[in-house]
Design a protein around this ligand. Structure first.
Ligand SMILES: [Zn+2]
Length: 455
């Protein structure tokens, strides 16, 4: 719509003041030049010497220790970084965009519109913590992803799985006993209606549910292959899907050019999943050494995390869930030991659920990996290594291009850190103070430098 001058004046009078008072969702200049940064490139433990990095559009165009001439014909924003560290945006490989803030009770009862709005607010906070990409491993995140990608709301890139797929009684079946037995053809459970978790009890049902998620835009498929801590009817030792059911999911996903990842703690569950063609294991905290060797030999990914002790305290002392948490918690150190010993391809994700307070500690949870890894190894895992696992989505990758690194031609997801996170990993635990610039896809969402100018 083109306004006549008089209409434009009226529109400005009506809306101009309001528009000026509202923060812009983001800004994108034609180009942004970071001057005088030291680069942590996502792959090397060594920071570069003083460097200049030019971003044009949504990509890193040039990296040089020599001055980069500013293109006078275009609007180039220059950020005088004063020797601060430029690093790739962080990636969380196990996130649930829709399940971070609601309580389990809210998830099962409140309006889906409310859940989306709350998730949108959380997505903005997630990006402001420096997590520019998340892999969503269960929940109805397609709408939020669309709104973020089109610039309507602020948030990270989302690699969605859509609904996690489970069996009757499995991890993700949140039904109450009065809802059983389910008559075939009966209305779906609440978790299914909102697209949070779908229940499938045969290879044919699994195929339907997998293909539905792919149709909706899933970049990978998530099944819960074994018991879980937070589910009401799901003992940890249980393997849920049969090998034939898992294989049906793998076939459907691979026909669509992508892969299956499974929630799995125990050796039996992991081994069955690998036999069925699953490419990534989530958690794995209760695996034995032979299973760790198998994961390494087959080149399977392990996407895991050290759960914080406080998470267990969310469950009442003496409860079944608390006991399950303690078992998983105790296995963490052994699993990271195996991951290092057998050089397993290991990714990091937090798996924060139902806790805004814990979500605020997303960076701190990442930093807690320094119990097993150096700060540089930790940051490499959360950037370039995690990005390699994202690439398994193949042609279903919603953001083609190179993520997780600072190199010419890569997508411009960048953090300017006030200090050296390789020397002091704890800087990432306080993003509000220490992340001076947050850029995603070449757009600046935060800039608290004072020395920034336009040419
Ligand atoms: Zn999860």
């Amino acid at each position: 719509m083109i306004l006549k001058p008089s209409q434009a004046v009226i529109a400005a009078l009506l809306f101009g003041g309001v528009a000026a008072a509202m923060p812009a969702l983001s800004t994108r200049s034609d180009a942004v030049l970071f001057e005088n940064v030291r680069v942590f490139d996502g792959k090397s433990a060594q920071l570069s010497g003083p460097t200049n990095v030019l971003v044009r559009g949504n990509k890193i165009e040039k990296i040089s220790s020599a001055p980069i001439p500013v293109d006078q014909s275009a609007a180039t924003q220059t950020i005088d970084a004063g020797g601060r560290t430029l690093m790739p945006g962080l990636i969380d490989m196990h996130w649930h965009t829709m399940l971070v803030r609601p309580t389990p009770a809210e998830l099962m009862t409140v309006d889906l519109g409310y859940l989306n709005l709350v998730a949108s607010a959380e997505a903005s906070d997630t990006l402001m913590r420096g997590f520019t990409t998340v892999r969503d491993l269960g929940g109805p995140s397609f709408g939020l992803k669309q709104a973020i990608d089109e610039g309507t709301v602020v948030g990270p890139r989302i690699y969605p799985s859509g609904a996690m797929i489970t069996v009757t009684s499995g991890h993700g079946d949140f039904r109450q006993p009065f809802e059983v037995p389910r008559v075939l053809g009966a209305p779906q459970a609440r978790s299914e209606i909102i697209g949070g978790a779908m229940i499938a009890d045969s290879p044919d049902e699994v195929r339907v549910r997998v293909r539905e998620q792919l149709m909706l835009g899933a970049s990978q498929i998530k099944l819960t292959a074994g018991g879980g801590v937070a589910s009401p009817h799901s003992p940890l030792d249980v393997s849920t899907f049969t090998e034939a059911e898992l294989r049906a999911a793998v076939e459907a996903a691979e026909n669509w050019g992508t892969f299956v990842t499974v929630h799995a703690y125990t050796s039996a569950t992991i081994q069955r999943a690998i036999a069925a063609g699953v490419k990534c294991i989530e958690h794995g905290h209760l695996m034995d050494e032979a299973t760790a060797r198998l994961i390494a030999e087959k080149g399977i990914w392990l996407s895991t995390q050290p759960f914080p002790r406080e998470l267990g305290e969310a469950f009442p002392a003496g409860s079944e869930e608390r006991a399950k948490f303690e078992e998983v918690f105790a296995g963490t150190d052994r699993t990271y030991g195996f991951a290092k010993k057998y050089k397993i391809k290991t990714a990091f994700g937090t798996d924060v659920l139902f806790s805004r307070a814990l979500a605020r500690r997303q960076g701190e949870l990442l930093a807690s990996l320094t119990r097993w890894y150096t700060p540089a190894e930790t940051l490499i895992m959360a950037t370039s290594t995690n990005a390699r696992l994202l690439e398994l989505s193949g042609k279903r990758n919603p953001y083609p291009g190179t993520l997780g690194v600072i190199q010419e031609g890569a997508l411009a997801d960048l953090l300017l850190v006030d200090g050296d996170p390789v020397a002091n990993i704890h800087l990432i635990a306080d993003p509000k103070r220490n992340f001076i610039v947050i850029m995603k896809d070449g757009r600046i969402y935060k800039n608290s430098t004072t020395a920034s100018s336009r040419h």
